[in-house]
Design a protein around this ligand. Structure first.
Ligand code: CP
Length: 334
């Protein structure tokens, strides 16, 4: 699969060299070509997992997770290790000066002295920008409250393109229907994914959001128009089984971290191996899963959620390389 994606995207390293030393806080910062190039580099790493073991040797990642995480923290750390770098990891804000009232900006000022890149997860939507204001090393938003989770969305689309590289090569001749079970206004994964989908109208015919909320509660201002103005048909529905027979990709997420706890949205929507899925449909889930995604699907061809989590390591390797390496070195690597 990664080799098929490599073949589908023509190399143009200049787009990646422009990412050098950038802060990454939102999908809004990206345009399609730089994303294609990131996916290409990720596919190159995935196709050759042992070949690039030293490109971040001597560099230090500060992995600051002030909110629980399994995949994002460990996949960023795995990505950094695979590139030969060292890591300092914070997994509990109560062990840092933040517990004494220190601001994230002051913590960021200190991080400048200790590492070469920061990956931050925090419950507060403003946290990334607050820390960014003091940082002279790049920071990556690994999930800020209900706002965004940009590298998750990149990993989601990377998975979709690996599954169907013809979405890229057919230049709009082939399009898919995406079903999203979730709440765009409250789920950072869904918010970032929809922003990303709006950048690729040549690949998506229809997006259907499945939830039981009113349309006003489902979307923040501008979220729906971003998709429709891109030319994507946007629908909402409160019956999952009505949508599944037409969906090529089903993205499901029923849990969101909000404030100080996990909240569930749409927990009445479940997918199981008995659901009326299209024969070739794939299912994505950012995980951790709850009852909404039945393990009866794990051993079916619909299960692309584990591949999605695996691919995130290579996607993050690609992004870290571009941020931390000098621009001319990035051109050598791609
Ligand atoms: N997908 C995701 O963000 O998972 P974690 O919360 O485990 O990092």
């Amino acid at each position: 699969h990664p080799k098929n994606l490599l073949r589908a995207i023509q190399e143009d390293g200049d787009h990646l060299s422009r990412l050098s030393s950038r802060h990454i806080y939102s999908i809004d910062q990206f345009e399609p070509e730089s994303l294609f190039q990131l996916f290409r580099l990720a596919a190159k790493y995935e196709a050759n997992p042992d070949r690039f073991g030293t490109s971040l040797q001597g560099k230090i990642l500060i992995s600051a997770f002030y909110e629980p995480s399994t995949r994002t923290r460990l996949s960023f750390e795995s990505a950094w290790h695979r590139l030969g770098g060292d890591i300092m990891s914070i997994t509990d804000r109560s062990t840092t000066g933040i517990a004494k009232g220190e601001s994230l900006a002051d913590v960021g000022e200190m991080f400048n002295n200790y590492g070469d890149c920061v990956v931050l997860r925090d419950t507060n939507a403003n946290s990334v920008r607050e820390m960014m204001s003091a940082l002279r090393i790049p920071i990556i938003n690994a999930g800020n409250g209900t706002d965004e989770h940009p590298t998750q969305a990149m990993a989601d689309l990377y998975t979709i393109f690996k599954w169907k590289p013809s979405l890229i090569t057919s230049m709009g001749e082939e399009k898919i229907n995406l079903c999203v079970v979730g709440l765009p206004s409250k789920m950072r994964t869904v918010r970032s994914l929809l922003k990303l989908v709006a950048l690729f109208p040549q690949c998506f015919n229809q997006v259907t959001i499945v939830n039981d909320q009113t349309r006003e509660d489902m979307f923040d201002e501008g979220q729906a128009t971003q998709l429709t103005e891109a030319g994507i048909n946007l629908h909402t529905c409160d019956c999952l089984d009505d949508v599944l027979p037409e969906a090529d990709v089903v993205y499901i997420n029923a849990i969101a971290w909000e404030g100080n706890s996990f909240n569930q949205y749409g927990k009445q929507f479940h997918i199981t191996s008995a659901s009326p899925l299209k024969k070739n449909a794939i299912i994505l889930h950012p995980l951790a899963r709850g009852a909404e995604l039945c393990s009866s699907l794990d051993n079916t061809d619909h299960n692309w959620y584990f591949a999605q989590a695996r691919g995130a390591v290579f996607l993050r390797q690609a992004l870290l390389t571009c941020l931390v390496q000098r621009a001319e070195r990035v051109l050598d690597i791609v």
